[in-house]
Write a protein that binds this ligand. Structure first.
Ligand SMILES: [Fe+2]
Length: 428
């Protein structure tokens, strides 16, 4: 297992131990409320990552409360009141969702899993009808979610998310489009939250969008985009900036450029920065989408005056899609010839060894209502900048060294394009 000591992987022994500790403690505190009413819950998830070493890659566990004591076990219990089954990566996506008891949260979590993995990826049979049992299990889910990391096996994760082909495309062209990465209803909610935050004095664009609502927190952690971030910038990438742009009809206002501000040329062969632009309406040529020149990253320099836009393509994609471009690709804002506003969110990430554009405003409540994924992009796992009186932070240093070694190894496997990898296909 490659995690920091206060984190764990979904359904690992450490995860199960933490579930047991939590339930034993809370079971005692809530004994009166639970009223001696027995309940049982069990889960079984297939296609777990091989490094977890589950028999046949199937992960199972169960909780049984007999009205007196709680028993947490590794076995699957078909007779439980609530039986949940499905795909491990889909379940892990749900497991990283924190805040289940908030109004509407259950729907948001299910919608995200269904959008990525299909509506039958996780199936439930039965229910926990007792409200106290239901509440206890929801609190357990949140408690574990705050400590559960994303699947560190990039190859396995990308395959389960249908992104293997997209990673190869990104390496070849410097960008990839993930169509319908979020549900159209969620795109509408993000658009509303963005317009709510956009102040009159910043009518065109605004930074620090992470701090303007739950919708924005969830968008920047989108698991599909994060797989492209991990594949291009390595683990431990940090938010460089999270900005919005509202653009009405008229010529594009951002000329051809790269996102490598003040980076000496030639640019390195590896990517240092990447931006995911979210379309919150359908993007057609008339909408004034982002345009970019596929493969322009191979020039390893910024465009100069007189450089032509030849070979540029408009990014046409449906509402709720994201285009992720990296490697110093040449791009610009298109002309908008249709009425109304184009409202976009720009999730800009930097490799973890670099500084950000936005100074981070780490809020403990923000971290508390999210999985470690958000902490990672806010520098919580940063292996620099943590020197104490006793020396450097060897725990984080060693952790990130091992995590990035595993990520690089699995990325090579993705790019090796062996026949067995072709089954990964491409999403959207
Ligand atoms: Fe840009």
């Amino acid at each position: 297992m490659i995690t920091l000591p206060h984190h764990f992987e979904f359904l690992s022994d450490a995860w199960l131990d933490e579930a047991r500790n939590f339930l034993e403690r809370e079971g005692k505190i809530r004994k009166e409320k639970l009223g001696g009413r027995a309940f049982a819950l069990t889960e079984r998830f297939t296609d777990a990552p091989p490094h977890m070493k589950f028999p046949d890659n199937v992960a199972t566990w169960s909780v049984r409360y007999d009205g007196e004591t709680v028993r947490v076990a590794r076995d699957f219990d078909d007779s439980a009141n609530l039986v949940i089954e499905g795909d491990y990566q889909a379940a892990l996506t749900a497991a990283q969702f924190v805040g289940l008891l908030a109004p509407g949260a259950w729907t948001v979590m299910q919608r995200q899993v269904a959008t990525i993995f299909g509506k039958d990826a996780i199936r439930a049979k039965g229910a926990l009808v007792d409200p106290q049992a239901h509440q206890l299990v929801a609190l357990l889910h949140d408690h574990l979610g705050r400590r559960t990391v994303e699947n560190p096996d990039l190859e396995h994760r990308a395959r389960r998310q249908g992104l293997t082909g997209k990673i190869r495309e990104m390496e070849e062209n410097g960008f990839a489009v993930i169509a319908r990465a979020i549900a159209p209803e969620f795109a509408d909610e993000v658009r509303t939250a963005t317009l709510r935050a956009l102040l009159p004095h910043q009518a065109f664009s605004m930074n620090w969008m992470l701090y303007h609502g739950r919708e924005l927190e969830q968008l920047i952690q989108n698991p599909l985009m994060m797989t492209l971030v991990d594949a291009s910038l390595g683990r431990g990438a940090v938010i460089a900036s999270f900005s919005c742009i509202k653009k009405g009809p008229g010529p594009g206002l951002i000329p051809m450029h790269t996102d490598y501000a003040q980076v000496p040329e030639p640019y390195p062969e590896f990517s240092m920065t990447g931006v995911g632009v979210w379309a919150l309406e359908d993007w057609r040529v008339e909408s004034g989408p982002t345009w970019l020149i596929p493969g322009s990253h191979r020039m390893r320099r910024a465009p100069r005056s007189g450089d032509s836009r030849e070979g540029g393509v408009p990014i046409e994609m449906p509402k709720g899609s994201v285009v992720f471009f990296t490697h110093g690709i040449w791009h610009w804002q298109g002309d908008r010839t249709e009425p109304g506003d184009r409202v976009t969110l720009h999730a800009h990430f930097n490799r973890g060894i670099l500084r950000s554009l936005e100074p981070k405003k780490t809020d403990v409540q923000l971290l508390h209502r999210n999985s470690p994924r958000l902490g990672e992009m806010l520098g919580e796992d940063d292996w620099f900048d943590k020197l104490s009186a006793s020396g450097r932070d060897h725990v984080r240093f060693d952790y990130m060294l091992r995590l990035n070694a595993f990520t690089d190894k699995q990325k090579k496997l993705i790019l090796s394009d062996t026949p067995s990898m072709r089954s990964g296909g491409s999403q959207g």
